[in-house]
Design a protein around this ligand. Structure first.
Ligand code: MTE
Ligand code: MO
Length: 241
């Protein structure tokens, strides 16, 4: 598995977590991100490793870095994709892509901020409010948190129920006014506008209502569970909302 690569001018937190995780004594030894299918993903990966900065001059997806903690991720489309909602709910559900596309959509334009330092301005996300799916499932009074799982088989995330019900938390179907591509977590990813981008789990496949927050993949490796941009992880970035 690859650590989230620290940026050249990246966050002390990202570096500390990386070094802690791998037990490395010095920066500069970063596991090369596995190359994924497609030119964009390749350029994104190359930019992460390039000490000259020259690949920053190439189009790499508008400032985004492509992250995956697994070396490969299965591709899902309208025929194979399912999103399940289960746990402490009265009405567990399983949505196809067509089911999700038929629900009311919300579009938001906000900056994206990764905890390693990179920021992408004014990025459109569009999707179904998570609160809509929670209401449809009938969240039980015993539930206090939401756990998110992914069809990469490894990544997970979490929110408190209160955070999950915010109007700026989406089950996103579109990004930058296009259907979400595989590299960005398509066909469906979570989008948590006010938090660091690690909260926005890609390749979303499961929404499980739990009693308490269960820390996600990066949170078990040192990132803050409450990931408000500018108010967590020892960082002082401009808020994204
Ligand atoms: N499933 C999954 N979701 C994930 C990640 C990941 O490795 N796997 N990385 C997170 C991190 S740290 C960031 S910054 C963003 C990167 O999103 P992008 O690849 O669309 O730029 O996805 C987040 N969601
Ligand atoms: Mo990130």
């Amino acid at each position: 598995m690859n650590p989230e690569p620290p940026e050249r001018n990246g966050a002390p937190v990202g570096r500390r977590v990386l070094l802690g995780t791998l037990g490395l004594g010095a920066l500069g030894v970063v596991a090369a991100p596995a190359l994924q299918r497609g030119m964009e993903a390749f350029l994104g990966g190359a930019a992460q490793r390039d000490p000259t900065g020259l690949t920053d001059l190439l189009p790499n997806g508008g400032g985004f870095r492509y992250y995956s903690v697994t070396s490969s991720v299965p591709h899902k489309d309208a025929g194979s994709y399912r999103l399940t909602v289960d746990g402490l709910v009265d009405r567990p559900a399983s949505y196809s892509l067509a089911d999700l596309r038929a629900l009311p959509r919300t579009r938001m334009v906000r900056d994206v901020q990764c905890v390693t330092g990179w920021r992408v301005p004014s990025t459109a996300f569009e999707g179904v409010r998570l609160s809509e799916l929670l209401d449809a499932a009938g969240v039980r009074a015993t539930a206090g948190a939401v756990r998110f799982t992914c069809f990469d088989g490894a990544y997970s995330e979490s929110l408190t129920l209160e955070q999950a019900r915010r109007a700026d938390v989406l089950v996103a179907l579109r990004m930058r006014d296009e259907d979400l591509g595989h590299a960005h977590g398509g066909p469906v990813r979570l989008y948590v506008a006010p938090m660091y981008f690690y909260k926005s789990a890609k390749w979303l496949s499961g929404i499980t209502l739990t009693k308490n927050v269960r820390p996600g993949y990066w949170e078990e490796r040192g990132y803050d569970v409450d990931a408000w941009v500018g108010r967590s992880n020892g960082r002082d970035d401009e808020p994204t909302t």
